[in-house]
Unconditional design. Structure first.
Ligand code: FAD
Length: 370
């Protein structure tokens, strides 16, 4: 692209910090850099017209792990590691709520539920028998009982008679969250350049050189926040994981309110006003969903519709209004990768399915590497 003198001078010269990716992590990182370095020239390069990964696509659960998920984590991690994971999510959510504000997030403290299918009653019994142990483990973080059991008053079909309930879980409006973070960044003088795909980053003595589809620039430091797309630019253990979602048209007198986890978290649904947003099913085709391509598959969308019809709202007519997907970054560990990669290049990636919770904190930690 043939850029003008003005464009080069105003946007692309003397750049102190370049953040790649304008998701929750990239924006939180840029905001923290601005707080630390009020005079710095900070730009964000984003390949999409809007953020094009997971941050504008997610389900908006402000959660830190369902009962079965925490029990499952204890099989593969020490107690200390599990407490640390939960603490990071809780602290991250607090930071997000402080940065954006509950009103702007449209934060709703409806609580979160886990429902157990009758054909997986053993999971229910396991959760019931370990509830007290988990509550005790989490006491130093919450000072109160996190999990209890409630009757299945929502009329879920094929489900056991009780749901586990987490009084500290909430829901947010994902679009409002991202709109607020983007506005905050722009109003603090951070320049966001959209439709800019970073193709290559190389070291150049005391700076880094960034090649994009439009131009090549030098930047003193580069901070990579591309999550599911990270392995296209850097050699880190992050795999893409597509997650598919659908939303119903408004349903009259919808009785479901809150955030819900099903089948060890492989499925999740919530109300958003009087609609149901429903996602998951990656476990039906892990290999096929290990992709950076957006899209829906018949296999997963049919399963989502089937579960809605047979289990979640069995006696209600509904229509699907819209379907979409997002790309997460996952790995064999739940811990995110926040580290220096070379002299002037740093990364904060691999947020898994918890980026609403930990994204603000990972962004801050990334900025704090400098
Ligand atoms: C369907 C779905 C539901 C989810 N539900 C929840 C939930 O309820 N609660 C929760 O806590 N988490 C949830 N998550 C996870 C959460 O959304 C993510 O963990 C989080 O958004 C990750 O933020 P990020 O900034 O690291 O990555 P992203 O939001 O993916 O941002 C990375 C950005 O980098 C850009 N980019 C990538 N490569 C390049 C490049 N080469 N050049 C320029 N730009 C580039 C992308 O376009 C993207 O905008 C969900 C995810 C999905 C997909």
């Amino acid at each position: 692209m043939n850029l003008s003198y003005w464009e080069i001078k105003t946007w692309l010269t003397n750049v102190d910090f370049t953040v790649v990716g304008s998701g929750i992590v990239g924006l939180s990182c840029a905001l923290e850099l601005r707080r630390k370095y009020p005079q710095a020239k900070i730009i964000i390069l984003e390949k999409g017209m809007l953020p094009q990964g997971a941050s504008t696509k997610n389900a908006g659960f402000a959660c830190f792990g369902s009962l079965s998920e925490i029990i499952d984590d204890l099989q593969n991690h020490s107690e200390e590691e599990v407490i640390d994971l939960v603490a990071k999510r809780v602290n991250g959510l607090q930071l997000l709520r402080k940065t954006v504000g509950d009103r702007q997030l449209d934060y709703k403290p409806f609580g979160g539920y886990e429902l157990f299918l009758k054909n997986d009653e053993s999971l229910f019994l396991k959760c019931k028998s370990q509830k007290d142990t988990i509550n005790k483990l989490l006491k130093p973080l919450f000072y109160e009982e996190v999990f209890s059991f409630k009757p299945n008053e929502f009329g879920f079909n094929h489900a056991v008679e009780q749901l586990s309930f987490n009084q500290f879980e909430g829901q947010i409006d994902t679009g409002k969250m991202m709109d607020a973070l983007l506005k905050k960044a722009q109003s603090s003088g951070i320049k966001i350049l959209n439709n800019c795909l970073v193709n290559e980053i190389s070291e150049n003595n005391d700076s880094a050189v960034i090649k994009t589809n439009n131009f090549e620039i030098k930047s003193n430091k580069v901070l990579i926040a591309t999550n599911g797309f990270a392995s296209q630019l850097i050699n880190q253990k992050v795999a893409p994981a597509r997650a598919q979602v659908l939303i119903t048209k408004p349903i009259k007198n919808l009785h479901i309110k809150g955030t819900f986890h099903l089948d060890k978290g492989y499925y999740y649904f919530r109300n958003i006003e009087d609609r149901i947003l429903f996602g998951g099913g990656r476990n039906l085709d892990f290999k096929g969903e290990e992709t950076t391509e957006f899209g829906q598959t018949e296999l997963i969308q049919e399963k989502l519709e089937d579960l809605l019809r047979t289990t979640i709202i069995p006696n209600i007519d509904f229509e699907i209004d819209h379907r979409w997907s997002g790309i997460m970054g996952v790995g064999n560990q739940k811990k995110s990768i926040v580290k220096q990669i070379s002299n002037n290049v740093f990364c904060g990636v691999r947020l898994g399915g918890m980026g609403v919770a930990i994204g603000s904190l990972v962004g801050k930690e990334l900025a704090d590497l400098l």
